[in-house]
Design a protein around this ligand. Structure first.
Ligand code: GDP
Ligand code: MG
Length: 162
């Protein structure tokens, strides 16, 4: 079976945009309204001749318990089935309590985790990415799913863990 790369994070941080950036085509639905994506969950990705399964956790609806519980439940499933996790945070918003909840789950899992500071569309936003060191997951990778900035370097590092 192909190695599994799971993308977890709160609604609207840019998980689906990142999927599309990695795939090089628009397959995942990017939504301006948080939490309403109805996209497919699993994709076949390839980078530098390495193939992997990409899992986008945005495809499930928030349940009656609300966004927080829904993010946690989805992240738990995705972390469980993954070999490597890409944890996406919106660098413009910064770390929220939901993010910290996911961090605790990631730590418990022992899986290799890459912390992606998304929406760093240009160099002026790098300090916002650096602020995410506070999550205690190591170096944040500044990326822009929308423009592609930083994504190649990040994927090169991820492939070394597969
Ligand atoms: P998801 O809910 O985590 O899957 O987030 P989406 O991929 O649907 O994106 C949510 C919103 O953030 C959309 O309006 C995207 O256009 C926007 N977005 C995603 N990535 C970036 C980025 O790198 N830079 C900027 N400026 N906006 C982004
Ligand atoms: Mg999505």
């Amino acid at each position: 079976a192909l190695p599994v790369v799971a993308i977890v994070g709160r609604p609207n941080v840019g998980k689906s945009a990142l999927v599309n950036r990695i795939l090089g085509r628009r397959e995942a639905v990017v939504e301006d309204t948080p939490g309403v994506t109805r996209d497919r969950v699993s994709y076949k990705g390839e980078w530098n001749d390495r193939r992997f399964t990409l899992v986008d956790t945005g495809g499930w609806e928030p349940d009656a318990k609300g966004i927080d519980a829904s993010v946690a439940a989805q992240a738990e499933v995705a972390i469980d089935l993954s070999d490597v996790v890409l944890f996406v945070v919106d660098s413009r918003v910064g770390a929220t309590s939901t993010d910290e909840q996911v961090v605790r789950m990631l730590r418990k899992s022992g899986k290799p985790v890459f912390l992606l500071a998304n929406k760093v569309d240009d160099a002026r936003q790098e300090p916002e990415a650096a602020a995410l060191w506070s999550l205690g997951l190591g170096e944040p990778y500044p990326v822009s799913a929308l423009h592609g900035r930083g994504v190649a370097d990040m994927l090169d590092a991820v492939l070394k863990k597969l």
